[in-house]
Design a protein around this ligand. Sequence first.
Ligand code: PLP
Length: 396
Amino acid sequence: MNSINKTNEFVFQTYLRRGKAFVRGEGSTLIDEEGKAYTDFLAGIAVCNLGHCHPKITRAIENQAKTLVHVSNLFYTAPQADLAAALVEKSFADRAFFANSGAEANEAAIKLARRYFQSKGNKNRYRIITMEQSFHGRTMATLSATGQDKIKEGFAPLLQGFVHVPFNDIDALRQALDETVCAVMMEPIQGEGGVIPADPSYLAKVRTLCDETGTLLIFDEIQTGMGRCGTLFAHELYGVTPDIMTLAKALANGIPIGAMVATKDAAKGFDFGSHATTFGGTPLATAAALEVVKIISDKDFLEAVNEKGDYFRQKLTELKEKHSMILDVRGRGLLVGMEIDIDKVKDKDAGFFVANCFKKGFIINGIQDKILRFAPPLIIEKTEIDGLVAVLDSLF
Ligand SMILES: Cc1ncc(COP(=O)(O)O)c(C=O)c1O
């Protein structure tokens, strides 16, 4: 049995996979079992931001694997301390809590927001406002926070206390924000929702509303963080800082890790014993993440991300001018979405483009049938962008 048949036989059938097994990756290229090369415009869903098997990350993992992999959070380790210090230095935050995935980082943020008020005796302030079309994870609490009904089907009853309001609608938020709300939780740019950026004036007003009502503001930067949008964290583009931010995905370039960082004040919601996880912040994951933070926070690196992102969106905009089936090109940095009019040409939905790009050696992703999402490694070359754009051009 080959690995495709074995997977189909023995792994839970929760993922619709493409019919190839990958055996190797280097930079922006993935190689399948038959030796065919693919240019990766998905990076493991915005995870391998430095490309596959980046030599410096591989070295950091290798060195740490030979030295110390895990000791638990009952003890101190240098990589965890150094990563926390680096995240604090590079952000608005004063403290970090480490987890193992995006959903867990968001769970930590949800728990922190509730406990922040409950530990002060304010037991009625527990509701969390999130956005329609948002995505915050698949655990019960993060599923409850998520603003997409489809993925909640069959899991009722979900957790109480989550309210969803339309994204980019400040009046809806103002109306929902009463004295029972402990936090507003949102992605500065919705990823799974279709690559939808917050309007700059909206985000500034969200901050103001939170300040006026003493509500905590949580930014889920699990997809948008780590240079993806051309700044280390996407909220820097807006000049608006949250009280709590969650990270995961690209933080260790593929080694599982999640992080919740918070201001000194918000961090007061947790004290000894109030939250924990066995694997959170292992020396292995944090050593890899430390190297990632060093590389991505470099000014020239981020400038190159912006330049390539502008180039990519310009090329896609040129396609839009040529093909009326393209309705919109959007995004920031190298998180790019292209919306297509699926009613216009029969059978040419997102799946059609994903499958045909794959056949031609390009990995892209489709969301909600009508949006193509591109999240290449941030080291992608302009020639590789040109290659994909030419293939897309031929498919309309
Ligand atoms: C914005 C956002 N939050 C949370 C998550 C959940 O992360 P994970 O799959 O690591 O649990 C994702 C994953 O796609 C995400 O994009």
